[in-house]
Design a protein around this ligand. Structure first.
Ligand SMILES: Cc1ncc(C[n+]2csc(CCOP(=O)(O)OP(=O)(O)O)c2C)c(N)n1
Ligand SMILES: CC(=O)[C@@H](O)[C@H](O)COP(=O)(O)O
Ligand SMILES: [Mg+2]
Length: 632
């Protein structure tokens, strides 16, 4: 087994092409076996086995810097850089990160998780290198999906301007998570498929290179003729016009072609883009056949490709999807917009039923937001379906285009709260702070799947401006579903448990924890009220003033940043109403990044557990404690 002998990239250098091919097969087998137990981004990594081997074979990481866009396809890189023995802990708590992670290895020079940052990072490292007078290589590996992200265009524009030595490897597998979309995708498709382009280009290049070296004006004419013909035929014209030397496309699973084109690239001065065609999921038939499903996969049976299904009530995403279908049936103003996440956001059924009303814009969260504003102003009901973490990309568009113009956009914010194995780059814990302070925004979070449906109806009936519903990446509670979706009056909270010792104000999946804590405290003589603060904005001011009037201590429970979240909003409200004397304890996500693991482990790490809530509440109530133990 060659793989056992690979302790680092230096062990690749003496290998022959045949041995590299053998090693590629071993790595594929390793990935398929390991991920059958851990889950993870199988298809993307199966697609870059040869590419990653060729990079480490030809260049000298970490002196030469490899930057993986998104970083979900960096498992092969991790295997080759001394971490293969850690793969049983992939994406597990305190285990191997599923993305590039600087703290894991000096070979990990740039972290991501969010798409389309690699070219900007490469440019930064190249500018620093040249200012320091160093001469290492900087190689960005970006997928055809990530290339649709706006940042990539910003970087291409600048890189072409600076004309620095920088290599971009475009890993083109025709897929984003779902099939890739957009004009760029079609352009790449033309290059990929139009083989006679290639043949004509190659034949012509041979012919033109035969023109004998001639002096004087004729030479210039011949050169101009060659360039103008090349202009017509060279397939990477778009990139050439951006100042890159375009090489390819080559077969990204053929070591001869890969090594040859990278050695060609080494002799290019200035930015060079190597176009590599790969098969997402290569080497595992179920993943090749459906790389959409196998982009990110849970544990599976290798032989059958059967994915081990999670049991329990439907995920919130599915409840959202079904509610949207029902509402769209009644209201043809409803259009769904997704930035490249039709599957994860639950829009596949909608797309099938309403193909003209489901718009996938590619990895373009900013464009999606502004486009929704304009659609709303033209009388449509755009439902912007987006993960909390990816909405961060469109903050300015939400402020500047949607809220400031008071556009009636509905935000369906999925993955709100902890997300589990994707970890710190994907946690949905900042949307409350970055949304609640924007004028005109309404922000809701349901306590269960039935309330999610009610909130969907509330949002569709709401015509006063932007309105957002945030819901988590978990199963619902399995509550009864009302046939009718009854809208909820805006800004009204709900007392789900009576009590006069203290109040827990909780949202979303924190409600069950709050109720369990209250039940626990009841056995100690404390009668704790639990309030479902289902509107984060606007707050239920009447209820807050009533609580203040009862002089009750308040504990706020939210699976989101403590800085600027619901608890902060309540503190601000009490300060504004001169109720500073009230004690308000906020329990949420502290000022740290919470890494990968299960959602349960992430909650435990920050203390969002029944036990800690009970303990914190008791600590809040010194007076109550004495009363329970007899007269003061
Ligand atoms: C800003 C942002 N939006 C969406 C995503 C979700 N996402 C992760 S990977 C991916 C597709 C990337 O496609 P590509 O770059 O072609 O890589 P491949 O998986 O095909 O290798 C998407 C949309 C993300 N990580 N970041
Ligand atoms: C790498 C990336 O950003 C996506 O693949 C993301 O991991 C999808 O998340 P879900 O699994 O929650 O849909
Ligand atoms: Mg792709």
């Amino acid at each position: 087994m060659l793989l056992e002998q690979i302790r680092g990239p230096q062990d690749l250098k003496p290998l022959s092409i045949a041995q590299l091919e053998e090693l590629a097969a071993e790595i594929r087998k390793f990935l398929i076996e390991k991920l059958s137990a851990t889950g993870g981004h199988l298809a993307p990594n199966l697609g870059v086995v040869e590419l990653t081997l060729a990079l480490h074979f030809l260049y000298n990481s970490p002196k030469d810097k490899f930057i993986f866009d998104v970083g979900h396809q960096s498992y092969v890189h991790k295997i080759l850089t001394g971490r293969k023995d850690q793969f049983d802990t992939l994406r597990k708590y305190k285990g191997l990160c599923g993305f590039v992670k600087r703290s894991e290895s000096p070979h990990d020079v740039w972290e991501a998780g969010h798409s389309s940052t690699s070219l900007s990072a490469a440019m930064g490292m190249v500018l620093a290198r040249d200012l320091k007078g160093e001469n290492n290589k900087v190689v960005a590996v970006i997928g055809d999906g990530a290339l649709t992200g706006g940042m990539a265009l910003e970087a291409l524009n600048h890189i072409g301007h600076e004309k620095k030595n920088l290599m971009v490897i475009l890993n083109d597998n025709e897929m984003s998570i779902a099939p890739n979309v957009g004009a760029l995708h079609h352009y790449l498709g033309k290059i990929r498929t139009d083989r006679h382009y290639q043949k004509a280009k190659d034949e012509l290049n041979q012919l033109l290179n035969k023109i004998p070296a001639i002096g004087g004006r004729l030479a210039k004419t011949a050169e101009r003729f060659k360039d103008s013909i090349k202009y017509l035929l060279v397939s990477g014209i778009l990139f050439e016009q951006f100042g890159f030397t375009y090489l390819g496309p080559v077969d990204g699973h053929d070591f001869h072609q890969l090594i040859d084109v990278m050695e060609q690239a080494n002799s290019v001065s200035g930015p060079v883009l190597v176009h590599v065609i790969t098969i997402k999921g290569k080497g595992y038939l179920p993943a090749e056949a459906d790389s959409f499903k196998w982009h990110g996969i849970t544990p599976y049976k290798i032989e059958s490709g059967q994915v081990l299904k999670a049991v329990g009530p439907p995920m919130y995403t599915e409840v959202f999807s079904d509610a949207l279908m029902e509402l769209a049936e009644q209201d043809n103003r409803i259009v769904a917009v997704t930035p490249a996440m039709p599957g994860g956001s639950g829009l596949l059924k909608f797309a099938e039923r309403y193909p003209n009303r489901m718009i996938d814009v590619g990895i373009a969260e900013q464009h999606a937001a502004t486009m929704c504003a304009a659609m709303a102003m033209e009388g449509m009901k755009p439902v912007y379906a987006v993960y909390s973490t990816f909405l961060q990309r469109a903050y300015d568009q939400v402020v500047h285009d949607i809220c400031r113009q008071n556009a009636n956009v509905i935000f369906a914010i999925d993955r709100a709260g902890f997300v589990g194995p994707d970890g710190e780059t994907h946690q949905g814990v900042y949307d409350i702070p970055f949304l609640r302070h924007i004028p005109n925004m309404v922000l809701m979070m349901p306590k269960d799947e039935n309330e999610l449906r009610r909130m969907m109806k509330t949002a569709v009936d709401y015509n006063e401006g932007p309105i957002a519903i945030r819901y988590p990446r978990i199963n619902g509670l399995g509550v009864a579903i009302d046939k009718e979706m009854t809208p909820i009056p805006i800004g009204t909270w709900e007392t789900v448990r009576e009590g006069d010792s203290a109040v827990i104000v909780a949202i979303g999946p924190m409600l069950p924890i709050a109720e369990e804590a209250a039940e626990q405290l009841k056995r100690e003589g404390l009668c704790v009220r639990v309030v479902n603060a289902r509107f984060i904005k606007p707050l239920d001011e009447a209820m807050l003033l009533k609580i203040a009037g009862e002089n009750l201590h308040v504990l706020v429970l939210e699976e989101g940043s403590e800085q600027g979240g619901l608890g902060s909003a309540i503190l601000e409200f009490y300060s504004l109403h001169n109720k500073q004397g009230l004690s308000v304890r906020i329990m949420g996500v502290p000022d740290i990044f919470v890494e990968h693991g299960s959602i349960k482990e992430q909650r435990q790490e920050v203390g969002l557990t029944t036990e800690r809530v009970a303990t914190e509440l008791k600590a809040l109530l010194p007076r109550m404690r004495k009363r329970v133990n007899g007269p003061a």
